[in-house]
Design a protein around this ligand. Structure first.
Ligand code: NAD
Ligand code: DAU
Length: 352
């Protein structure tokens, strides 16, 4: 496989990363896809069971904080492109434990940048370091939309760590000439999302007739995008984006949390053959997330006009697919919700 182009994807055992790895392994047999993941509570190799035996896929268990390991990966293969998704990704956890977010999301990103820079120094041609970021770096917006020119204004420890990593990526571009790309996406949903995030948590709790914790009044607004559409946007940007560029990605699909939860209740009741209104009775208003951002809304016109990407899954179809997937993958759910995760969830939920 000496002639293959080596693409290093970090965080490929997580939710979005597993969809990106699957897309790249299947669509680009001419690439060798290296998946570097330390398998935290959020990383699960079961997410990739359908591509793990493909000849152009290789898993490397390791931490992005381990510079020696990173240097050895860059020299052994050698790596020509990086798509960096590894991160601590849950806002609630970041409020309880900001240090871990700073370590992985900031220091881990710097180590990866250093490894790319030292391997590519003097031969940057054809290389690309693509950093996957979030719309949360822009803060919260009451009216209008975030564009790529909106000033960075992170408000949670999670978004502060992501904003900082964005700045380091741009600093490596500016100071060392590293070819970089950044994209900032809105809320993703779909199969393989860890059930601490809103949609899978609600589905799982409905199945088990547990309370559905709505933070505050449920009036916060998020823009939802099906995860496979995010993966295809990443593909388009990686192949068509010009070094130094930033792209926003979104679904133009805003929902108030409470309306989305009620819609999910209806879908789950129907699919489980339960009486209408059964799940709705589980809705429980709980203490709000501290510093809870009111609204995120993305203007994705740049990625659409410059790369030709557009979202293909409409929300009704995507939610239907997602609920069906969770209902028929109860084994996956019980694997990821055992042990440490449950202890953490109970602690968080009791504290509210
Ligand atoms: P996730 O939490 O599901 O997965 C993160 C993955 O990173 C896991 O597999 C984990 O094991 C791995 N990881 C964590 N720390 C690591 C370390 N130190 N070394 C190596 N691997 C490590 O996250 P996700 O929701 O798939 O998000 C992926 C990326 O996309 C993140 O950078 C996140 O900020 C960004 N993002 C997420 C969303 C969303 O809605 N989920 C939206 C926009 C951007
Ligand atoms: O916008 C992109 C971001 O979306 C990503 O960068 C993050 O990695 C990802 O986790 C997500 O962040 P959010 O905080 O928006 O997602 P979460 O699923 O945690 O919450 C969605 C909304 O639902 C938010 O307003 C909080 C609310 N919520 C969440 C949970 C878990 C509840 O009301 N109850 C809950 O139990």
């Amino acid at each position: 496989m000496a002639d293959k182009k080596n693409i290093l994807i970090t965080g490929g055992a997580g939710f979005i990363g597993s969809h990106v790895v699957r897309l790249f392994v299947r669509k680009y047999p001419q690439y060798r896809v290296l998946n570097l993941d330390s398998l935290t509570y959020a990383g699960n190799l079961e997410n990739l069971h359908d591509v793990e035996h493909e000849p152009n896929y290789k898993f490397i268990k390791g931490n992005i904080l381990d510079l020696e390991l990173l240097n050895s990966i860059f020299s052994e293969y050698p790596v020509q492109g990086v798509i960096h998704l590894a991160a601590e990704s849950h806002v609630d956890r970041s409020i309880h434990n900001p240090d871990e977010f700073a370590m992985t999301n900031i220091i881990g990103t710097i180590r990866l940048l250093k490894a790319a820079h030292s391997a590519w120094h003097g031969k940057m041609n054809g290389k690309m370091f693509y950093h996957i970021s979030t719309d949360e770096v822009y803060g919260s917006i009451n009216d209008g939309y975030f564009t790529e020119e909106t000033p960075i204004d992170p408000r949670s420890p999670y978004s502060a760590s992501k904003a900082s990593s964005d700045h380091f990526v741009q600093a490596f571009g500016n100071s060392y000439g590293l070819p970089t790309l950044i994209s900032r996406c809105s809320n993703n949903y779909g199969p393989y999302q860890f059930p601490e995030k809103l949609i899978p948590l609600m589905i799982n709790n409905m199945v088990h007739s547990k309370p559905l914790p709505v933070y505050g009044k449920g009036e916060n607004v998020r823009d939802w995008l099906f995860v496979e559409d995010h993966a295809s946007a990443i593909d388009a940007i990686f192949h068509k984006g010009k070094a130094g560029e930033v792209f926003n990605i979104g679904g133009n699909n805003e929902w108030k949390n409470i309306d989305l939860i009620k819609l999910l209740c209806t879908i789950v009741d129907q699919k489980l053959g339960r009486e209408e209104g059964t799940a709705m009775k589980l809705i429980t208003y709980v203490t709000d997330r501290p510093g809870h951002d009111l609204r995120y809304a993305i203007d994705a016109s740049k990625v659409i006009s410059e790369t030709g990407w557009r979202p293909e899954t409409d929300f009704a179809q995507g939610l239907e697919k997602t609920v069906s997937w969770y209902l028929s993958n109860q084994d996956w759910l019980s694997h990821v919700t055992s042990g440490e995760y449950l202890k953490y969830y109970d602690k968080m939920y009791v504290n509210r």
